[in-house]
Design a protein around this ligand. Structure first.
Ligand code: FPP
Length: 255
């Protein structure tokens, strides 16, 4: 029995409905590597893309759960710069998911005050994918609730290298002093410059890797892994991850 079943859609205060969560210690930013779509499908004798479709459907459920408990930013790794190496049909399918997802879900996302963002490079994405994402960003621009941030065509090493080049250019041109280069200064050259670093990173499907995802930003994040494939990842898993996060003492290198 799902212990949080009564929580879903309830108007009860959170502490009554999700009793084991400390409402004063909700991570501001949760980042998720949504892995295992292909294996989820294969296990069922379905084509890999069926897993991606099912994974897409899971996005709204977890977004609503994150919004409900007061997470400020939810970043979902939807497509990496390395994913272009996949078969053409699979890439095409993934690129079409925003065309289905946003028109279907945008009204409910707006009703829930969710703001859509994207972290990644527009260059290389098909025009139709970009239009779907840009429209969603535009329609939710003034929303003040959860930021649902899609890492799309994103890779961390590229992000850092491009950021570094831009920073060196600014130093060369005298716009930035070498003496002022520190963590914060460099962070401003990353695509995530206006977002807090993730407090918690979740990866599904039993893989224990970071896979070129927010390498700089995850420096002090708590990591949580589950064997569940992304399409079968439920609110229950999500709350379990938050509970575990709340049990950990974050020391940032101190005592
Ligand atoms: C990794 O699983 C998953 C992806 C590369 C795609 C994730 C995308 C979604 C869940 C949909 C996102 C939704 C929108 C609206 C953009 P995998 O295929 O690598 O799984 P495997 O390791 O089992 O093969």
């Amino acid at each position: 029995m799902n212990p949080w079943k009564k929580w879903f859609g309830s108007k009860e205060p959170l502490e009554n409905t999700v009793p084991e969560l400390d409402t004063d210690n909700i991570p501001n930013h949760v980042a998720v590597i949504m892995d295992g779509n292909g294996r989820w499908a294969q296990k069922r004798g379905l084509p890999r893309v069926a897993g991606h479709h099912s994974g897409m459907k899971n996005v709204k459920k977890i977004t609503m759960a994150a919004n409900e408990i007061g997470v400020k930013v939810l970043t979902l790794y939807a497509f990496s710069t390395e994913n272009w190496k996949r078969p053409r049909e699979e890439v095409d399918y993934l690129m079409k998911l925003p065309l289905e997802f946003f028109p279907k879900e945008i009204d409910e996302l707006i009703q829930n005050n969710v703001q859509i963002r994207m972290t990644g490079w527009e260059e290389g994405l098909p025009e139709y994918t970009l239009k779907a994402v840009r429209d969603a960003i535009e329609l939710t621009r003034n929303n003040t609730g959860l930021i649902l941030n899609f890492a799309l065509n994103y890779g961390s090493r590229k992000e850092m290298l491009l950021g570094m080049k831009k920073m060196m250019e600014d130093i060369g041109q005298g716009r930035l002093s070498m003496n002022d280069v520190d963590d914060q200064a460099f962070s401003r050259y990353l695509l995530t410059s206006d977002l807090p670093d993730p407090d918690l990173m979740i990866r599904t499907s039993g893989e224990l890797r970071i896979s070129n995802f927010m390498l700089w930003q995850l420096a002090y994040s708590e990591l949580w892994f589950t064997d569940a494939f992304w399409p079968e990842f439920t609110e229950n898993h999500f709350f379990e991850a938050i509970k575990e996060y709340q049990r950990r003492a974050r020391r940032y290198g101190g005592l």
